[in-house]
Design a protein around this ligand. Sequence first.
Ligand code: MN
Length: 301
Amino acid sequence: MADPPWLPPQNFLGLPPELCDPGTARSAVLPIPYEATTSYGTGTRRGPSAILEASAQVEFYDPELDAEPCRTGIHTYPALDLPAGDSRQALAMLRAVYGDLVREALRTGRFLVGLGGEHGLTYPLVAAWHEALGRGAGLHVLQLDAHADLRDEYQGNRFSHACVMRRVVEEGVPVVAAGVRSISVEERDVIRERSLTVVFGHELGARGWVDRVLRALGPQVYLSIDVDFFDPSLVPATGTPQPGGASWAQALELLRGVFAERRVVAADVVELAPVPGLHAPDFAVAKLVYKLIGYRWNLRT
Ligand SMILES: [Mn+2]
């Protein structure tokens, strides 16, 4: 009898079994379709599956690196189905599950990439790394984002996507941001009081902008990319798009510098809200995720 018609679980790049083996893969992708506090456009819960689906169209070979980065192995975890409705409970559950993955990643040297989902999920991921590495590790967050996400609360929720970096800073992890171009006076004051380094949207590509980011970062970096960092001409499929964002070339220029000069322990890519029938943004984000993995293992060991 023929094999039963099961669809394979979604697997980043559609890799054959030997290249996504959880025992040997040097990178792992964790789909987190979490959406609780999105304020304008919705749909980030469909982000992870759209990224995985589009990733099947990404070429394994990367001419920039002259390598097939997938040869280092990329495991895809099953998607994490967090309870809807109670963001505090969902994020506590995420923290517990992800904490186990972080301990495993520290043992094996694995590079973890979380796929969102809304930006609120970054706080428990960073907190898990901060706890596992310890205070002396010099962990910094690099946030690529149109928004500062530094509000103390938003729509009555302290764990909203609009507050995520405020929670990270309060945890004692310094945040360095690039691409910010929509920000309140309250957030500007937090940046000044805490002397945070922010490369604003109008400064992207200015002389020395990548060095400004690098100088502000400690030896270990957690990278959080809100896809509204990109110009909406490239990624319109996001809840709160803002004109004046990064080009593809600017984003890669910055990421090459960061991956070459710092140890990036983990990353997340959040806030893709797929638009049915519009494949270009889903593909751009899938290719971005593959770039992160390629840079992680080809620019530094
Ligand atoms: Mn954000």
